[in-house]
Design a protein around this ligand. Sequence first.
Ligand SMILES: Nc1ncnc2c1ncn2[C@@H]1O[C@H](COP(=O)(O)OP(=O)(O)OP(=O)(O)O)[C@@H](O)[C@H]1O
Ligand SMILES: [Mg+2]
Length: 270
Amino acid sequence: MVHHTEPAAGRHPAEVRRDTTLLEIRGLSAAYGQLVVLKDVDLKVSPGELVCIIGPNGAGKTTLLKLVNGLLRPSAGEILFEGERIDGRPAYRVARCGVTQMFQDVQLCPTISVLDNVMTGCHVWTQAGFLSTGFRLRRARDEEDVIRTVALDQLRALGLGDRVDAKPRELSWGEQKLVGLARALVARPSLVLLDEPYGGLVQDEIERLSCLLRELTAGGMTVLMVEHLTDVVMDVASRVVVLHYGEKIAEGPPQAIRNDERVVASYLGE
Ligand SMILES: Nc1ncnc2c1ncn2[C@@H]1O[C@H](COP(=O)(O)OP(=O)(O)OP(=O)(O)O)[C@@H](O)[C@H]1O
Ligand SMILES: [Mg+2]
C-alpha cells in the first residue's frame, strides 16, 4: 500500500481563520548591488485575502514577490509565514511551506507537453525519491498516476482539458498563463504569488481568471498579486498596496485607493 502525502485541495473554508495573519512582512528592504529597490516595507496578509500590489514600472513589485518566495534575500527586515521566519530560506523550502507562484513571464518548459508542465508543479508533495523514480519502481509509478490525475483535473477545471498534449508554444498567451496558474495550483499552496497574471489576456480570459481567483479565495486560498490593470485590481482585490520607488505609500480597500490623492498623482493619474 502506497501512502501519498497529497494534501486535501486547498483548505476547507471552515478551517480558514480570516482574523489571523498568514504572511507578515516587517521592515523589508532589498537592493541589487548599490541600487536600493525596496525600503522598509511592512505588510500583513490574512488567510483568504486577495491583496494586490500596484505601482509604476520599477517600483519593486516583482522584487517583493521574489523576496517572499525565497528567490532573493532581503538586505533588512523579516518575512514570517504562519508565524515562522522564512526570509533567507532557499526557494524549495519556502515552496514546501505552501507558497507557490506564477512569474511575470510564466516560464513554461517549451520541450514538454502542457500536462507534463503542470505535473512538475506537484513535486512539492511527492514522496518517491530519485532512485525509485529512476528505476520506475512500483511506488514511483503509483505516485505518477496520482500526479497525472491531479494535473489533468486542474487543467480541465481551467478549461484546458483539450490542450493537455500540446506543447506550450502551440497555445495562446492567455492559455499559457492558465497553464502556469495550473502548475502553481497543483502544488496545493495556501499562498499563491501572481506576477501580472492578467497581462496579455483577452476580455473573456480576464473574466475567467477573475472568477477563478474569487473561487480560490472563497475556498480559503490566499493570493498576493502584482497587477497593472487597474479595473481588474479594483474588481478583485480585497486590499490594495501601493509601492512607489520601493516604498509603500498607501494601503487600503480598492475604493479608498482609487480616491487617494498621492496614489492618483504618482500612479493612477498616469
Ligand atoms: N536582477 C536585477 N539586477 C539589477 N537590477 C534589477 C534586477 N531586477 C530588477 N532590477 C531593478 O530593480 C527595480 C525594481 O524592479 P522590479 O522588477 O521589482 O520592479 P516592478 O515594480 O516589478 O516593475 P514592472 O512593473 O516593470 O514589472 C528596477 O529599477 C529594476 O530595474
Ligand atoms: Mg514586475
